[in-house]
Every structure is written in C-alpha cells, then in structure tokens.
Design a protein around this ligand. Sequence first.
Ligand code: ADP
Ligand code: MG
Ligand code: MG
Length: 319
Amino acid sequence: MTDGVFSYSAVLMGSPILLKLFDDNPTLARQVFQLIKQQENLFTVNRAESEVMSINQAAGRNPVVVSEPVFALISVAHAVSLLPDSAFNFTIGPVVKRWKIGFQGRAVPPANEIAALLKLTDPHQVVLNSADCSVFLLQSGMEIDLGAIAKGYIADRVQAFLHQQGVQQALINLGGNVQTLGSPPHEPQGWGIGLKKPFGRDDELLGVLQVQGKSVVTSGIYERYFERDGRCWHHIFDPQNGYPLDNELLSVTVISDRSIDGDIYTTLLYGMGVEQGLAYLADQPDIDAVFVTRDRQIICSSPRHFQFQQRDFAWQLRY
Ligand code: ADP
Ligand code: MG
Ligand code: MG
C-alpha cells in the first residue's frame, strides 16, 4: 500500500465505510462520518423516520414539504425513472420491501403479490412541486426508495467537503461507491481500485482499475442476494416485472466524475446488458464502464478515464 496513508473506517448505511487521507486528521475523519450520517438520516427508508419516510407515510393522502437537497435528489431520481425503457425506478420501494433481500425473512413472493405491488411503482404518479419543495405520492402504498442513488450523492458531498477543507488527495469508499480526490502522492497512475471476483472472497480480484480524481461505482448481483430454486435472487429489480434483473451480467462498474452519475448509470446499464450498454456509452464521452458477465468475460468500454490491470487470467478481458 501507499506510504503515508491514514485510513479511517466506520459502519454507516449498513456498509463498511473507508476514508483514506494523507495526513493524520481524525477530526476531519469524524466530520466526514458525521456528514454521511446526517445525509443518511434524510434519505433512509430502513428506519421509521426520515424525510423520505415522511413522504412515503403520506402516500395517497397529502404532499409533504422536504428540504431542498432531498427535493433535488428526488427530482433527479424522478427524471431518470421517466427515461424511455429506464431500468431505474425510484418508486420500486413496495417491491424492494416485499422481497426483503439482505434482510431477515427474505423469500420469493407469490407472483400475484408482485403483480399487485407493481401497480404501486409508477413514477408518473409522483407530483413534484418546486415552488414549495413538496412531494406527493398519489396512491396509498407507494414508496420512494433512493437506495440506487443516495450513496453516489453522499459520496459527492464528501468529495466537495474534503475539497472545501483544502484536501487534495483522498479516497472515500461507501461500500460499492468509491469517490476520489487527485492521486496518491508518488503514484501518478492514480488510485488502484480493486474489481472483486463475483462470489469470491474479499481479497480475490479480477483486476484493478486505475483512476485519478474519478468515481468508481460497482453494482453487482453478488453483493446482496439469496439462493433458492437454483437461482440467485439479488437486489436490483426489473421495474417491468418486479423480479431481480435476469441477464448475462454479474456486475457493472461505472467510472465517472460524479458518483451520483456512477450510481445512476450502473442501474441503467444493468438493465441494458452488454451490447446495448456499450452502444449507449459510445455517445457518453464522460462515462466509462466495465461489465462482468456470467460466462467469465470482463468487457471494458473504450477506457477514456481509467486503466485496467487484469489479475485473474481465468477470465477473458475484452474491449
Ligand atoms: P448498493 O450499492 O447499495 O448495492 P445499488 O446502487 O446497486 O445499491 O442499488 C440497489 C438498491 O437500489 C436496492 O437495494 C434498492 O433499494 C434499490 N433498487 C433496486 N432496484 C431498483 C431499480 N430498478 N431502480 C431503482 N432503484 C432500485
Ligand atoms: Mg446504484
Ligand atoms: Mg450502489
């Protein structure tokens, strides 16, 4: 590892959080963890109280006025959910809650229940009013879930805070969302960020992505899942049918400037699959991706913003 690195860790948002600095600055680390906790408290749907929970609790009854940052993030999630053929749907909450993936009591729900819950996942039935920052879910039972975007937003907030504090070189890992400032000292090729071997041990890597001042976000079916009936039921759902997205992918990693974009694009690309995803990225000069497939391929979009060093040669690398 790099010399002179100071690592600070915490468990927040149900994930191990890691901060790397090049000064011993526990006060700054504490401020970063406080910022993350404060942001989590706005967005979580895993506790009874948060601004997002107050919107969900008023579904079918009344609009709820929220703070500007919450309104802004919901507006982004809404717009992405309304893109044509979007695999991203921030009103997927009732489906996510029913499957309980990553929580106790997980099971494959009966098909008729899934079908009924799908009716409560229409992003057109969300009314946003920018005049008073209010959000109204028109049907009772609707639930916003910002799980696919909140970590990216928070990672960007941490990056901005560190920048404001005069930090030039740092890394924050929010459990799948990595955001960086600069490059580590004496390592001009940048930060090395491991790409995990799907279903492998934590230290088993397919390779290492090298980036400078970029965000690296990975969404994989092996993060949170359970096995039943010979299938892997994971936590990224197909908004069309309410079941975990089922295609050739094991993971998608997105390299971008902003971690919120990384978070959004991992979900969108997950829905597109490799061929359509690569074609889509050809028109997105600011976004790169690495797809990992069930047939043991590692497929990189034209790598404009990262370098990939392969470690596990049992997998086939292609560009
Ligand atoms: P994580 O990094 O926590 O693993 P991801 O960024 O991969 O999360 O997003 C998965 C989370 O997003 C799920 O746990 C759920 O809360 C939510 N989610 C699941 N499917 C969708 C979807 N199709 N659109 C939007 N959000 C989703
Ligand atoms: Mg995401
Ligand atoms: Mg994520």
